[in-house]
Structure formats: structure tokens, C-alpha cells
Write a protein that binds this ligand. Structure first.
Ligand code: KDG
Ligand code: MG
Length: 403
């Protein structure tokens, strides 16, 4: 007889930063968890799940993952969007966790088995100026990283992405966002110097990455891509907002610097043209914000047809659950490129237990059934939710800009 879902609950916890987790339990005694964290808008997804999704899950067959995905996507009528797709992702990843546990297999086996033994990953080096950023790169090299994203402060700018924000990417526990400042001309002059310094100090072999974090217009993005060509980046990320996918035609036509984009994408429709027109090299759509394994697998399969590789978002606001599930996906996916890897706050280890490991610049996923991440609900209750925001960003005349 088919198993059935008997309970599902949303766990909101803040061990160093906010995380939203969905736990699903079945009549046969299995349980699985999925991440639903949407940085800065966490409670919206928690409510979407608790108020609208959980009641419909009770009694369903946990093995019917595809049908449940379609039920939540088509059944909502209101398609797509980060809140809906993060909620669907949490259900989907929890159900894949349960299916793999029921099969007694690590998740990557269920997806099709290992395409590789371990995964290349990159971490974040940064500094208030180029010298500090280079010292940060040296520190990462000493830890074994083979690929490093480098961000450095820009002279004249007080607070910019990747350098000055608390936790790298968000303001924790305040009632309104902090504000950064931005000047494109200063940044475009400065950014190539960071990578000139990095190549001069660390040589040619290290994989270097950089995140422009949606700040540039298409022609400015093309300029940056060209100016960075001598330094042979692994990728240049989010050079321009991608709501208008056609904007990438301008960038692509003018530079050979590899392009990565997609951490804010929710569905395959956000990258259909980017992929099929081969306008990018790496797709960063990630399990938690793009509908879970069931949907990201479709994106990855489309990408494979067009020579685009994966490079999943892995900032510390994506919970250890997403990281665990992503590593199983990465282990399987044939067109894997790289995995972003950020260390979670120390307190997160009191709440989540995981079995992946980092060695010699590579990530290794665990071999236990499921995706290998569990949550301790008693420990989670010790860290209540605290409101937090991503920064906002303004040009120097006060105009609100992309953060
Ligand atoms: O919540 C937003 C962060 O995850 C994002 O700003 C981090 O750009 C980011 C990255 O590349 O990790
Ligand atoms: Mg990014």
C-alpha cells in the first residue's frame, strides 16, 4: 500500500541568520526536510507553506513527487515568483529526501548515479581595498580553494556588495535595510585592477570569479567583460539584470569573458532565451528558489543541450538543507560546472546536522540515504526569527539603484 503524508510543519529559526525549513512526515515513519529560505522575505514563504500548502499535503502519497509539483504549480493558478517557487521547492526537496530514504539510497543515486566523485567549489575573498582582498585570497588558497570569487572596495564608495555588508549579503536584525552607494564609472575603472593584482600575485592557475551583482547596463557590462579578458576569469556573474534576457545579446557579442547568471531566477522561463541562444556559460538557478530538484533538473537538462553548465548559488542564506541537496544534484548532473560554497554561521551547526565535507578545494557529499541533512527542532526553537533585510543601493545623487 502506498505511504501517505501524515504531518508537515514549517520551522523558522535564526541560528546566526534566518532559515525556513519544511519537515514532512509519513505514515510509515519516514521524514524529509526542504529549505524554503527567501532572504529578507522569510515569513512570506513560511505563511505560504503553513497557511496554503501544508493542508493540501496531508494524505498525499509522498512518492508522487511529479504530481505534487504540478499540483502546487498549476494548482495555485498564480504561477512563478520567488515566494511560490521557494515554497514548492521546500516540498519537492523534502519529498526527494523521503523517496531516497525509502529506497535506502543517497539522493544522487536516485537521480541517476554519480557523474563525478567530488565537486569543484568556490568561496568568497574580499577586502576594503585591493591589498586586503589579495590577503583574503591568500587565506583561501591556504585553506585549499582552487576557485575564489574576489570582491574589493571601490575608492570613494562607502558600502558595496560583497565587501561591506554584514554576513556578506544581508543586514541582520534591523527594522529597515542598510543603504549602499554606487558609482558605475568608479567601479568600471577599479574592477580590472583587482584582477591585475590577483594574477600578478597568484599566477595563472587559480580560478578567479567576480560578481557585478546586477549593477551595470548592458553596454557597461560589455566594457567590463572586455577589460577583464586579459585576466581569464572563470566567470563574471550577474553583469546586468536579466529580466530582459535580450540584454545579454549585447554583452555576449562583445566579450569572451564567461558569463554566469541566475541566482534570482525562479523558473526555466527566466533563462529560456539565455540558454537556447547560448548567451551565458553558467546557469546559477538554485534548488530553493527555482522549484526544487524537479524543476532545476529541467533547467539543467535544457542547459546541457546548449553547452551551458551549472554553477548553483550557494550563499550562506541558502540553508544547509539546500547545500546538502545541491551537492547530490551536482554529483549527478552531467553538465556540472562549479558550486558556490559559503560557510554558515557557527550556530547553524547546532540546529542542522549535515554530512558533506570540504577537502582540497572540492566538496564531497555524504553516502547516507536521502540528502544527508537533518534538523534538530528543539535546538531550532532556541533561535527565534529576527527581522532582516538585504541592503538597498543608491547612486550618489540619491537615485535608487540595483543592489
Ligand atoms: O540573498 C542574496 C544573496 O544570496 C546574494 O546577494 C549572494 O550574490 C550572491 C552570491 O553570488 O552569492
Ligand atoms: Mg551573486
Amino acid at each position: 500500500m502506498a505511504d501517505r503524508i501524515v504531518a508537515a510543519r514549517v520551522i523558522v529559526t535564526s541560528p546566526g541568520r534566518n532559515f525556513v525549513t519544511l519537515k514532512i512526515e509519513t505514515a510509515s515513519g519516514l521524514s524529509g526536510i526542504g529549505d524554503a529560505t527567501l532572504n529578507g522575505r522569510e515569513l512570506a514563504v513560511a505563511s505560504y507553506l503553513a497557511d496554503h500548502v501544508v493542508p493540501t499535503l496531508i494524505g498525499r502519497d509522498p512518492a508522487a513527487i511529479e504530481d505534487t509539483w504540478q499540483y502546487l504549480y498549476r494548482g495555485a493558478y498564480w504561477r512563478r515568483g520567488p515566494v511560490t517557487m521557494s515554497a514548492i521547492a521546500a516540498v519537492d526537496v523534502a519529498l526527494w529526501d523521503i523517496k531516497a530514504k525509502a529506497a535506502g539510497m543517497p539522493l544522487y543515486q536516485l537521480l541517476g548515479g554519480a557523474s563525478r566523485e567530488s565537486m569543484l567549489c568556490y568561496s568568497h575573498a574580499n577586502g576594503a581595498d585591493i591589498e586586503a582582498a589579495m590577503d583574503s585570497v591568500a587565506g583561501h588558497l591556504a585553506q585549499g580553494y582552487k576557485a575564489i570569487r574576489v570582491q574589493a572596495g571601490v575608492p570613494g564608495l562607502k558600502r558595496i556588495y560583497g565587501v561591506h555588508s554584514a554576513h556578506g549579503d544581508s543586514t541582520q536584525h534591523q527594522d529597515r535595510p542598510d543603504e549602499g552607494d554606487w558609482d558605475t564609472a568608479s567601479y568600471l575603472r577599479h574592477a580590472p585592477r583587482i584582477f591585475e593584482a590577483a594574477r600578478a600575485r597568484f599566477g595563472e592557475e587559480l580560478h578567479l570569479l567576480h560578481d557585478a551583482h546586477h549593477r551595470l547596463l548592458p553596454n557597461e557590462a560589455a566594457r567590463l567583460g572586455q577589460d577583464l579578458e586579459p585576466y581569464r576569469l572563470f566567470w563574471l556573474e550577474d553583469v546586468t539584470p536579466a529580466e530582459n534576457q535580450a540584454a545579454f545579446r549585447t554583452v555576449r557579442a562583445k566579450t569572451t569573458t564567461p558569463l554566469a547568471v541566475g541566482e534570482v531566477f525562479n523558473t526555466i522561463w527566466d533563462c529560456q532565451a539565455l540558454i537556447t541562444e547560448q548567451l551565458i556559460d553558467y546557469i546559477r538557478a538554485t534548488l530553493v528558489h527555482a522549484g526544487g530538484i524537479t524543476h532545476v533538473r529541467r533547467i539543467a537538462d535544457l542547459a546541457a543541450l546548449y553547452g551551458v553548465r551549472t554553477g548553483f548559488h550557494g550563499a550562506s542564506d541558502l540553508s544547509p538543507v539546500t547545500m546538502g541537496a545541491a551537492l547530490h544534484f551536482d554529483r549527478w548532473v552531467p553538465n556540472f560546472g562549479i558550486q558556490e560554497y559559503s560557510i554558515h554561521p557557527n550556530e547553524a551547526a547546532e540546529v542542522f546536522q549535515w554530512n558533506w565535507s570540504f577537502r582540497d578545494g572540492m566538496l564531497h557529499c555524504g553516502e547516507t540515504p536521502g540528502h544527508g541533512v537533518e534538523i534538530d527542532e528543539t535546538a531550532a526553537a532556541k533561535f527565534p526569527y529576527r527581522r532582516s533585510y538585504l541592503d538597498v543601493n543608491r547612486l550618489q545623487d540619491g537615485t535608487l539603484w540595483n543592489w
